[in-house]
Design a protein around this ligand. Sequence first.
Ligand SMILES: [Zn+2]
Length: 455
Amino acid sequence: MNWKPRRDIRVAAVPAFALLIAVIAIRTAPETHEPPPPLQTFTGTRTATKSPLSPSSALSPTSRQPVTPNIPVIVQPVTMTEPEIRVNVTPGGTSSFQVEVRGPFRLLSLSSGEWVPPDALSGKTVVMSTAAGLKIGSHQFKSDRIEIQPESSPTIRIDGHLYRGKMRLFRRTDGKVSAVNVLPIEEYLASVVDSEMPARFPQAARRAQAIVARTYALYQAQQADPKSVFDLLSSQRSQKYLGVEYVDAAGRRLAGESESSRIVVKETRGTVCTWKNELFCTYYSAVCGGCTTDGRELFKDANESLRPVPCEWCRDSPSYRWTTAMPRDEFEKRTGLPGIRERNAVPIGAIYQISEPGQGVISRFELEREGHRDPVSGVELRDRLPAGTLYSPNFRMSFDKNRVVFEGRGHGHGAGFCQWGAKGQAEAGRSTDDIVRYYYPGADLTQLSYAEKPL
Ligand SMILES: [Zn+2]
C-alpha cells in the first residue's frame, strides 16, 4: 500500500484518455461470490433532512448575479464513462474514527469479495484496527478492507463530515485506520469549489476553479500508483474537500458545498484542461502577487503551460504584498542547512538576494557565515520557518536591527491558476475560458462527454 500523495508523477507514455479509461476499468467493485444480502436499514434517530445549516457560513451561496453559462472552446470532445475518484478523507491516518450511515447499506469485504454482516455498523460506530483486521464497533473482522455501499447518497458520515458516494475503510500497515471516499468526479467537485474558493467570488472565476480542480483530480487519478488505495487527499496537499456538510470544532453544522457551487460544476461538466491532448497537472494557488511562478522550478511534473505569466489581477488580495519579521537569533537557529552544520552556530554576517521576487522565479538567497556563502531558496526557508512567517516563496529578506524582515508577494507557491487573479479577471468581464487559458498558456479546453452507465 502506498500512502504517499502523488506529487512524484511519472510522464504518461500513452494517450491520457486511454489511461483514464483504464483507470475506470479497474475501479469497478470486485466481483462477489454471492448475491447481495438485503440492505441494512438504519434504525436510529433521523434528523430532518431539510433542516437549515446553521449558521450560514462563508461557504453558503451568496452570488445573486444572473447565471450566464460560459461554454469553453472545445477542441476535442471525448466520450467516456464518468470516472470515479478516491479521496482519502483521513490524511495521515488516524487511530480511530466514527462512522454513521443514515439509510440502508451493505458491507463488502474488499479482501475476500464477500458480503459481511452489516449489523456491526449501527448508529454512530467507532472504527479501529487490531492485529487481526478491522474492528467496527464490537465486531472484529478478518478483512482489512471493507466497503460501505449505501442505497442512497449522501448518507455516510465520518467524524462529522457527510459524504456522497461509497466509503472504504482500511487498516493500514502502521496500525492506523483510513477512510477513502469513492464517488463520481462531478459529485466530488462542488465541495472542492466551495472549500477552495469563497462563494462571494464571481461565478466566472468559480467555473474556472471547477475546470482546474476537475483536471487536477483526474490527472492525479490517472497517475496513481496501481498499489495505492486513493488518488487524492482531502486536505490542501491535494485539494481541500469537506464533503456535503460538516460539523466544526464549535459543534456548528456548516455547508461543505452549496447550490452555487453545484451550479458552476454543472455548467462546466466534463470540461478539462489538456496539453497536446493529454491531461496535465493544473497546479494552482491563492495569490501569485504580480507574476505567476515558473512551476517547472517547483514540480518535476510541471509542463510548459506552467511557465510564468504577469498577473496584476490579484492586486485586491490582502496577500498581494505582505511584510513579516522574526528575531534574528531565532532565524539563525532555524536556518541550519544540511551539510554545513559546523557553521550553523556562527551568526549570519550578511544576506545576499540572488533572485528578486516578481520575476516568475522563486526567490534565492545566500547566507554568509565566516566568509562562506550558503545558498538557500525561498521554498526551503518557507519549510524551515514557523507556519505563517512566509506566505509564499517569493520575498525580499533583510536585517533590521535584531530582526530579519521579509517583504513578500502572494500567498501559496504561485504557480499556475491564481485564484484571486481569476476573481479580478472575472470582475473585469473576462470569460471562464479566457481565465483558464491565461494561467496555462498553450493549454486547450477539452470536453469529456460521459456515456450512460449500462443497466
Ligand atoms: Zn495573480
